[in-house]
Design a protein around this ligand. Structure first.
Ligand code: ZN
Length: 63
């Protein structure tokens, strides 16, 4: 197979053996891959481990 294995950013497993979730971020107007995960459990654990939600919010409270 020429297709390379996509490893989970959290646990390192081959995501295609599970129920993969792919995350993208926008950098300079371009969508770039921010990681692949086995499923939402690995994504959630990764977010917790990396503290990615610290200081992040989608609505800025008014005062
Ligand atoms: Zn995983």
């Amino acid at each position: 197979m020429s297709e390379s294995v996509t490893e989970c950013a959290y646990c390192g497993c081959d995501v295609h053996r599970h129920d993969p979730v792919f995350v993208e971020e926008v950098d300079g107007g371009e969508r770039v891959s921010a990681g692949a995960f086995c499923n939402y459990a690995c994504l959630s654990s990764y977010i917790d481990a990396e503290g990615l939600t610290i200081g992040a919010t989608c609505e800025v409270p008014s005062e």
